[in-house]
Design a protein around this ligand. Structure first.
Ligand code: KIV
Length: 264
């Protein structure tokens, strides 16, 4: 199998094939994702919470992201690897370009940044320089202090319209993928219908073009289990690899997420 590209993800959206995304932070789990059918590996800054023990992603640095992106790249074969730009690593255009270049040189095939239309110029500059970009809207964990906590976003008509406008502006600037986190399922569907690029949901309902979960959540390792998470390991006889395969199968067959994992 040849490596999954951004182009292939757009083809999958057009063909109505669900895209399976999972976070990974090291070579072993990267290889397990490869052997169990994961299309996209996100080296998420969620590593701050699940690997480094912080209570948010705010303390995560470029040094952390580069270290883990290199490890994931070493274990990867076929998946598209996305590297997260951590907190304040894209505060200026110069920072955005040099930190994105560093993530690509560490083995990422795409970079992800959190925020709305204000990032359009940065997304355009990266796109013009050949760096594929994944945008991230809805609940953006790096802004947890400004948002007042980990809350569902886009619940009222005005904030939902702003998220759709932000998404269109980032798509027009060249973004190749959108992650949308913790929004009502109606908004997840509206975004997927409105954009040509694939929309990957996490807590965004059943109708997005693909699904992402944090690895530790889908293995049932978290102390808390948010509504949008399902533990695929407990009761799975085949161990961790089989749990990853079961997650991919459930996403592809539209059995996960269900309405019970969605916000109304
Ligand atoms: O950092 C991360 O793992 C993420 C996902 C929650 C989408 O951004």
């Amino acid at each position: 199998m040849s490596r999954i590209t951004a182009h292939r993800l757009t083809e999958m959206k057009r063909a109505g094939e669900k895209i399976v995304v999972l976070t990974a932070y090291d070579a072993t789990f990267s290889a397990l994702c490869n052997s169990n059918g994961v299309d996209v590996i996100l080296v998420g800054d969620s590593l701050g919470n699940v690997i480094l023990g912080y209570d948010s992603t705010v303390p995560v640095t470029m040094t952390d992201m580069l270290h883990h992106t290199r490890a994931v790249a070493r274990g990867n074969r076929d998946a598209l690897v996305i590297g997260d730009l951590p907190y304040m690593s894209y505060g200026t255009l110069e920072q955005t370009l040099s930190n994105s270049a560093a993530l690509m040189q560490a083995g990422a095939h795409m970079v992800k940044l959190e925020g709305g239309a204000w990032l359009a110029d940065y997304v355009r500059a990266l796109t013009e320089r050949g760096i594929p970009v994944c945008a991230h809207l809805g609940l953006t964990p790096q802004s947890v202090d400004a948002l007042g906590g980990y809350k569902v976003q886009g619940r009222d008509a005005e904030s939902a319209a702003k998220i759709i406008a932000d998404a269109k502006s980032l798509e027009a600037a060249g973004a190749r993928l959108l992650v949308v986190e913790c929004v009502p399922s109606t908004l997840g569907k509206q975004l997927s219908d409105a954009l040509s690029i694939p929309v990957i949901g996490i807590g965004a309902g059943v109708d997005t073009d693909g699904q992402v979960l944090v690895l530790h959540d889908m293995l049932g390792l978290g102390e808390k289990r948010p509504k949008f998470v399902k533990d695929f390991l407990t009761g799975e006889a085949g161990g961790i690899g089989a749990a990853i395969a079961a997650y991919g199968k459930a996403v592809r067959e539209r059995k996960f997420p269900t309405k019970d994992h969605s916000f109304s």
